[in-house]
Design a protein around this ligand. Structure first.
Ligand SMILES: Cc1cc2nc3c(=O)[nH]c(=O)nc-3n(C[C@H](O)[C@H](O)[C@H](O)COP(=O)(O)O)c2cc1C
Length: 264
């Protein structure tokens, strides 16, 4: 069965779908209608751009139900609002223990589905602890790894004293998991986590990247078992999440200037 079908009664032969396809899946036939072949459809990455660009909804994609296409809303985030979100995002290291509601968590990860991935593979899966206790358990396994490798001994001391320099007492840690033989797993993970960071910040939720935890997840077998990672996958991004228990009144500078080399 064809992946892309064209309703010739609706098609205006404007060529937008042919022009937008990133992998030349669509070409134009002798009458000016778009066509795809079983051979060319093998290159389709399911980006949906051909359907999304058509002014008359003349295309259907077998893998992308029409009802899943939302009306485009260009210009919703003004440059000023987005700039302020990026500047005012801070790494939060003091959290309230109360977990976020399931509806809030669902909302964040539904929006994060729109993060781009290399070749539109969409293989990023999120795992999220739902309680403070579950999160602290993973912080403890990370502290065990720290004590084995001798990195940051103060984190082990802090953990043993009831504190937490690893996941900072957050009620949630969200880590994203990718098949490690994907095209660009680390990049996909960094983008996905950055999206979650901004989506959560826009909702008043505190976040902090969990780099130490990520390092331990790549090296410490007991933690890897607790993370329930499917065979061949790894943790490619991780964030603490929770209601912030600290408030910043100023935006600190990031040292240095924007480092840009202009090429002519
Ligand atoms: C990849 C990555 C890993 C990080 N890991 C940690 C971490 O394990 N613990 C922590 O407290 N902060 C961590 N951070 C937060 C950085 O220290 C923080 O982004 C930086 O100091 C700038 O502060 P800001 O995020 O408030 O602008 C990490 C940040 C990144 C990007």
């Amino acid at each position: 069965m064809a992946t892309i079908t064209i309703d010739r009664t609706a098609c205006k032969r404007d060529g937008f779908c042919v022009a937008t396809c990133p992998f030349v899946v669509l070409t134009t036939d002798a009458d000016g209608y778009p066509i795809a072949s079983p051979e060319s459809e093998k290159h389709c990455i399911n980006c949906g751009h051909c359907v999304a660009v058509c002014p008359t909804a003349a295309l259907q994609h077998a893998n992308l139900p029409p009802s899943d296409f939302l009306p485009a809303q260009p210009g919703q985030a003004t440059p000023g609002a987005l700039d302020a979100l990026i500047r005012n995002r801070r790494s939060i290291r003091k959290f309230k223990r109360t977990p976020l509601t399931q509806a809030t968590l669902d909302d964040i990860f539904q929006v994060a589905r729109y993060a781009p991935t290399a070749k539109n593979m969409n293989h990023i899966a999120w795992h999220v602890t739902r309680t403070y206790e579950a999160t602290r358990h993973l912080a403890g396994l990370t502290a065990d790894w720290i004590s084995q490798v001798g990195y940051l001994p103060i984190a082990v001391e802090a953990f043993n004293a009831g504190g937490d320099l690893v996941l900072h007492g957050a009620p949630h840690v969200a880590y994203c998991v990718s098949p490690m033989n994907d095209l660009m797993p680390w990049t996909d993970g960094a983008i996905a986590a950055t999206m979650v960071d901004l989506i959560a910040t826009a909702r008043g939720i505190g976040t902090c990247w969990a780099g130490i935890f990520m390092k331990a997840a790549g090296a410490h077998a007991p933690l890897q078992q607790a993370l329930r990672l499917p065979e061949g996958t790894g943790v490619v991004g991780a964030l603490m999440l929770g209601l912030p228990a600290e408030r910043f009144r100023r935006t600190p500078p990031h040292i240095g200037q924007a480092d840009v080399t202009w090429i002519d």
